[in-house]
Design a protein around this ligand. Structure first.
Ligand SMILES: O=C(O)CCC(=O)C(=O)O
Length: 296
């Protein structure tokens, strides 16, 4: 359970970091599964439904940027999303029911793990109300050096920023110069392995390249209140209504969405570079530096 101080911080800042949520045994299991998955990526040469690859990936030197939908790939990831320790926290932050909209496991390998440009998740998946958040489960000790995610406190109460390029297409990234956000206020979500960050769906966030010699694994669960309905429809996240119902993590199902006003910009026309946020953002401007990794 979260303390009243932690709940207050989430409401005020749009993010809170809570240590000690993922137990060491489950963390090890997840990392073992992850190591096997990375090993398996030697057999692929392009992005797949499971792998998003770093530039320079090869069979000899496998470089995975993201495991897509880990909750589908191995039950250890779905089971933890449904665990009491997480759903107790979710109840306190988004209310009496919650649904897993999606999951992803972003790896930042030592030396080259890619940055993620500033964005709001809300720009990708607006809902009928904004009781929607992402949980970042830290699988490694996480600091600025190995690419901790940054959040800009208070931005969840402000506008929904433009995530489109000059040609009008969605890029999934903000123009850091034009948007007027004060990035000097960024707070790094640091913590020992097993810590979780909870960030509001409208909170501006991003992260730099990992230039350290330590990995940074961040398992992200995107969770919407059970009565927050995705404005873009069920298709891309759930497939269909059966899939939608199956992803209720806790609470009671409803077909009565709750509406609460929040500024929305649709992610349309869709990004020219499809596949993942990394691909979408290649069409936009860069804020975080990126040093091309040496290939083997
Ligand atoms: O991996 C990170 O540091 C940030 C991830 C993120 O914001 C995303 O994948 O949408």
């Amino acid at each position: 359970m979260l303390t009243s101080h932690q709940i207050e911080q989430y409401k005020e800042d749009g993010a809170v970091i809570v240590p000690g949520i993922l137990d060491a045994a489950t963390c090890k299991l997840m990392k073992d599964v992850l190591a096997e998955l990375v090993e398996g990526s030697r057999g692929v040469t392009a992005h797949t439904d499971v792998y998003d690859l770093e530039p320079g990936h090869s069979a000899a030197d496998p470089r995975v940027r993201r495991i897509k939908k880990p909750h589908v790939v191995n039950p250890v990831f779905y089971d933890f999303a449904k665990s009491k320790v997480l759903t107790d926290c979710l109840r306190q932050l988004i209310g009496p029911s919650g649904r897993l909209y999606g999951s992803k496991l972003n790896l930042k390998s030592p030396g080259y793990g890619s940055p993620v440009e500033w964005h709001q998740d809300w720009a990708f998946y607006p809902h009928t109300n904004d009781d929607v958040l992402a949980i970042g489960v830290m699988l490694d000790d996480t600091t600025v050096a190995n690419g901790a995610m940054y959040v800009i406190p208070g931005t969840h109460k402000g506008p929904t920023f433009d995530h489109h390029g000059p040609d009008g297409y969605f890029t999934g990234g903000m123009d850091a110069e034009a948007c007027g956000v004060d990035f000097s206020k960024a707070v790094a979500c640091e913590g020992p392995a097993g810590s979780c960050s909870f960030h509001h769906v409208r909170t501006v966030h991003g992260s730099a390249q990992n230039t350290s010699n330590r990995p940074r694994g961040l398992l992200l669960y995107e969770v919407a209140a059970g009565d927050a309905f995705p404005i873009m429809g069920l298709g891309s996240a759930y497939g269909n209504y059966e899939g939608y119902k199956e992803r209720l993590l806790y609470g009671t199902e409803t077909i009565t969405p709750r509406f609460r006003e929040a500024p929305v910009r649709l992610p349309l026309p869709p990004a020219k570079n499809q596949g993942s946020i990394y691909e979408n953002q290649t069409a936009g401007k860069r804020y975080f530096g990126f040093v091309e990794p040496p290939s083997m």
